[in-house]
Design a protein around this ligand. Structure first.
Ligand SMILES: [Zn+2]
Length: 424
């Protein structure tokens, strides 16, 4: 029988890490430690879609590629997905590193008009074209490090006009590609200085005016809230997430990062897609998250850059059979564009295995942005978003860190990074 001609075959991968079998529901418990690793693996791609996955001999028996990529002595994974980024921001806050070194805490820096509010000032001041160019460059850095899809939050505008400016930039960059972006409205990121003693007025405005406007324009898929003591507490967070739901925006929540406020419980109550951070999540909260199907998105670079001694208890969360995803928390206070380093931090600081961390940065991350039906694993019918790493074993992800190990990135079936360089 004649072999079927396809656009692209990646063949002879030393290891092909498929992460398949979890597209319907995320991997939990011991399944997270089993991402399926095929030796001498191959993946055939046609018209942007994966059409065959298996050992090289099996795939070549039925398919021939117009383009063939030899991945000998390399590994292939699904393109990484970063399910938590504060992607749209102008300026930088390198001076805060010294404040942190001298012992200033996150909320203290915020109360002194620094932190988020400093970036709000810079982001409002940037023209749309300046902000677009900054973000475009950022999207290329992310892609160069093997990530093919991100969740991208607004949240440094904090006026309706400036939030819309940020969300429109996310849309523009997604449409241009190659990086895919899923937009999240985070008007409730901080209380802007002009509303400092009028939190409830600010919350009213978000619920009554901004959410309907943003949702009406189709500029966001998710609505997120920075639920934290002294910022948006439980009642305000509930109102914001419920308003988002009424407008068709799926809830996400920054939960129990710095203080045990009950964010995990609220995530379960409102049926959030994910609860993120969870350093202080209670056992009851985790149990409720499991029952409600809420994903725990862990962000190990956040406590690292806040110089905290505490990290999310990933072992306990996995033991509770709550699905775990991993994100960067990219922002001006945690400027990390590389999911490889997130995986390493998950191994060294959260005691996740490399296998669990890869699942958490691929298929479970896809669930955390409600895209698991089309990305996050190497299986037939999914979009061909693939990363080739110049390492001989998947455990190098985690083990080796600080260098970019990406050899190639394939996005929608097209090679967009080659020899570690953008070619798109
Ligand atoms: Zn965040």
């Amino acid at each position: 029988m004649a072999r079927k001609k396809v656009g692209l075959i990646i063949l002879h991968a030393k290891q092909l890490v498929t992460a398949r079998g979890h597209s319907h529901t995320p991997a939990v418990g011991s399944d997270m430690d089993d991402p399926e690793v095929l030796d001498d693996g191959a993946v055939a791609v046609d018209d942007g879609t994966i059409v065959a996955v298996g050992r090289t001999g099996e795939v070549l028996a039925e398919h021939s590629g117009t383009v063939n990529i030899d991945a000998s002595n390399r590994i292939v994974t699904p393109g990484f997905i970063d399910p938590h980024t504060h992607f749209v921001f102008a300026g930088s806050r390198e001076t805060e590193l010294e404040l942190k070194i001298k012992g200033a805490g996150y909320l203290e820096i915020l109360q002194r008009g620094g932190g988020i509010l400093h970036t709000v000032h810079d982001t409002r001041a940037a023209s749309k074209i300046q902000l677009f160019q900054t973000c475009k460059k950022r999207s290329e850095n992310i892609l160069l490090h093997g990530t093919t899809t991100i969740e991208a939050k607004s949240g440094y505008g904090l006026t309706l006009e400036d939030e819309i400016k940020s969300l429109e930039i996310i849309k523009q960059i997604d449409e241009q590609g190659p990086l895919s972006l899923v937009p999240t409205f985070l008007g409730a990121h901080a209380i802007p200085s002009e509303y400092q003693i009028r939190t409830s007025e600010y919350v009213n405005q978000i619920c009554d005016d901004w959410i309907p406007e943003v949702a009406g324009r189709g500029l966001a898929r998710f609505c997120d809230v920075f639920c934290e003591k002294g910022v948006f507490e439980i009642a305000d967070s509930r109102r914001i997430l419920e308003s988002g739901k009424r407008a068709g925006l799926l809830p996400k929540i920054h939960a129990d990062e710095l203080y045990p406020l009950g964010g995990a419980e609220l995530a379960a109550e409102v049926g959030a897609v994910s609860a993120d951070h969870l350093l202080y999540a209670s056992d009851a909260g985790l149990e409720q998250m499991k029952q409600a199907g809420v994903i725990a998105t862990l962000l190990p670079a956040a406590p690292l850059t806040l110089m905290l001694d505490r990290y999310a208890d990933a072992r306990k969360i996995i033991a509770h059979e709550v699905p775990v995803a991993l994100g960067s928390d990219l922002s001006p206070s945690c400027w990390l564009e590389n999911q490889q380093l997130v995986i390493a931090l998950a191994c060294y600081k959260l005691k996740m295995t490399p296998a669990e961390a890869i699942i958490a940065a691929t298929i479970n991350a896809a669930h955390a942005i409600r895209k698991a039906h089309e990305i996050g694993s190497i299986e037939v019918g999914k979009k061909a978003d693939l990363t080739v790493f110049d390492v001989p074993d998947f455990r190098f992800l985690g083990y080796r860190f600080g260098t970019n190990m990406v050899d190639r990135v394939v996005k929608n079936g097209k090679v967009v990074v080659e020899n570690g360089r953008l070619i798109a």
